[in-house]
Ligand binder design. Structure first.
Ligand code: SPD
Length: 290
């Protein structure tokens, strides 16, 4: 039974289709209408500060490490020498922070659409946005799709740290975008994109899989447990012509990175890629095995 205190407590909720994911609210810390989207920072009891864009949770202080480690490390550990890395989106800085853990990396460019995201994260999420002050990181404010248009064989790894596939984020899940990615990658390069939950976005996952399979020899799906994202299980797609992340990946590289992580372990290089049978089946129409 609810007591009076519980009755007046407020919640921050993400509405995701027919699902609502709620967090007990402590305070609203920031609210901005940028030229592109609505940006909110709230403080919550279970996950500390949360950044939400257009009502969707992007990151939280307490579980951000899962998403950022898992977007970056399976690909960069598998690549034998990732010197030049491009992040599309990534305006909170968390992905760049993880990329910088790789000693081979000589340059990181972050192409973020919205300067307001960077400003808000610099103020409220210094543990993430602090990466922008590293001299290896070059922050470019502009459209990621346009940014990649002029790039030919420029990067060893491209990481799409996007918002959900709606509004300004939609194009980052298109076949057109994946074609640009292919041209912008050096030979031996690797691409990763966040690709939503398999429970509610299996169609998006499958469509991205099929598009990527048109351009890359290996397309692999993996997942991570992210409690602040709808359904709690989030997928990623990794694509490359030469890098199979599940093949013999140097155990020393795996261990060295795992030693600096809180979620990624050397075993995730295999285990994270084990997908449930129904997801495997949904992806099986594509050209390489899920
Ligand atoms: N539904 C949320 C998906 C958000 C993925 N990108 C988050 C950006 C964090 N760097």
């Amino acid at each position: 039974m609810l007591n009076d205190v519980n009755r007046v407590q407020a919640w921050f909720s993400e509405i995701y289709g027919d699902i609502a994911l709620g967090f007990r609210l402590v305070a609203v810390l920031d609210q901005v209408e940028s030229a592109f989207q609505s940006i909110v920072v709230v403080d919550t009891l279970p996950y500390g500060k949360i950044l939400a864009i257009d009502g969707c949770v992007m990151t939280s202080e307490r579980d951000e490490f899962v998403y950022h480690e898992m977007l970056v490390h399976p690909a960069l550990v598998a690549h034998s020498n990732p010197e030049s890395v491009c992040i599309i989106g990534g305006g909170d800085g968390g992905t760049a922070r993880e990329v910088l853990k790789h000693p081979d990396v000589k340059s990181v460019v972050v192409a973020e659409l919205d300067a307001e995201v960077v400003r808000v994260c610099t103020e409220h999420f210094p543990a993430l946005a602090g990466s922008f002050s590293n001299p290896t990181v070059n922050l470019v404010i502009g459209d990621g799709f346009e940014f990649l248009k002029n790039k030919q064989s420029a990067f060893d790894a491209i990481l799409s740290d996007s918002i959900d596939p709606a509004g300004p984020g939609e194009i980052l899940f298109s076949g057109e975008f994946f074609k640009l990615v292919k041209h912008a990658l050096r030979s031996g390069g690797v691409f990763v994109t966040q690709s939503g939950p398999f429970w509610n976005q299996l169609d998006t996952l499958r469509t991205c899989w099929l598009h990527l399979s048109e351009h890359f020899r290996f397309v692999r799906c993996y997942s991570a447990s992210i409690p602040t994202y709808p359904t709690g299980t989030w997928c990623f797609l990794l694509a490359s012509d030469t890098v199979d992340p599940m093949a013999e990946v140097d155990p020393v590289r795996r261990k060295n990175i795992a030693a600096r992580c809180r979620y990624y372990t050397e075993f995730h290089q295999q285990a994270a890629f084990v997908m449930p049978a129904f997801v495997k089946e949904a992806l099986s129409a594509a050209s390489s095995s899920p």
